[in-house]
Design a protein around this ligand. Structure first.
Ligand code: ADP
Length: 160
C-alpha cells in the first residue's frame, strides 16, 4: 500500500522525520511531497525543501521525495495513491485536519482517505514556524532539526 505525506516542510523538523519514519514502517511506499503554495511566504524554496528531505531520508529506501501544486487529491490520483498521512500534535491541529480530511474524501468521492499519526511526546511542541522564530532571534535550534538543517537555517538568518 502506498501513501503520501504532504506538507509545507519549511523546513523539515525532527517532528516531521518522526512521522516519516513511522509511516515508512507501515506503508510499502511513502511519498513525502512538498506543497508548492504560492500564497504562503516561505523561508526555503520548494527545491531547497525537497533537497533537505532527500538528504534526511537517504537511508530510507521506501521513501520518495516529490513536490506538487494544486489539489492534493489530483496529485494522489495521478500517482495512484489512496492514503494521505498527516501528523497530529495538539487539539489545535484537529479542527483544521478534520476539515481537510473530510474535504479530500468528499472531493475524491471516497477514493482518498486520511490517516493520522499522533506526535511522539518529545516532539509535540515542535513546529516549523517556532523553529524559524527561535532561529531569527539567535536561539539554539539543535534540538529541533538535524545539524545540516540548522546550518542552512542559520545561513538564511545570517547567523552562520
Ligand atoms: P502544513 O503547512 O501542511 O501543515 P507542515 O509542514 O507544517 O505543513 O506540517 C506537515 C504535517 O506534519 C502536518 O500534518 C503536521 O501536523 C505534521 N507535523 C508537523 N510538526 C509535527 C510534529 N512535531 N509532530 C507530529 N506531526 C507534525
Amino acid at each position: 500500500m502506498k501513501a503520501v505525506y504532504p506538507g509545507s516542510f519549511d523546513p523539515m523538523t525532527y517532528g516531521h522525520m518522526d512521522i516519516i519514519k513511522r509511516a515508512s514502517e507501515i506503508f510499502d511506499e511513502l511519498t513525502v511531497s512538498v506543497l508548492n503554495n504560492v500564497s504562503k511566504k516561505a523561508l526555503f524554496s520548494v527545491e531547497e525543501r525537497v533537497a533537505i528531505l532527500k538528504e534526511a531520508t537517504k537511508d530510507m529506501p521506501n521513501v520518495r521525495i516529490d513536490s506538487f501544486s494544486g489539489l492534493l487529491i489530483d496529485y494522489a490520483k495521478a500517482n495512484d495513491i489512496h492514503v494521505v498521512v498527516r501528523g497530529l500534535r495538539a487539539i489545535t491541529d484537529f479542527e483544521y485536519e478534520l476539515q481537510t480530511a473530510q474535504t479530500n474524501r468528499m472531493l475524491s468521492k471516497g477514493a482518498v482517505d486520511t490517516m493520522f499519526l499522533t506526535t511522539s511526546l518529545e516532539y509535540a511542541y515542535l513546529s516549523s514556524s517556532s523553529v524559524k522564530e527561535i532561529a531569527a532571534f539567535g536561539g539554539d535550534i539543535s534540538p529541533c532539526v538535524p545539524n545540516f538543517v540548522a546550518d542552512l537555517i542559520n545561513v538564511k538568518y545570517n547567523r552562520a
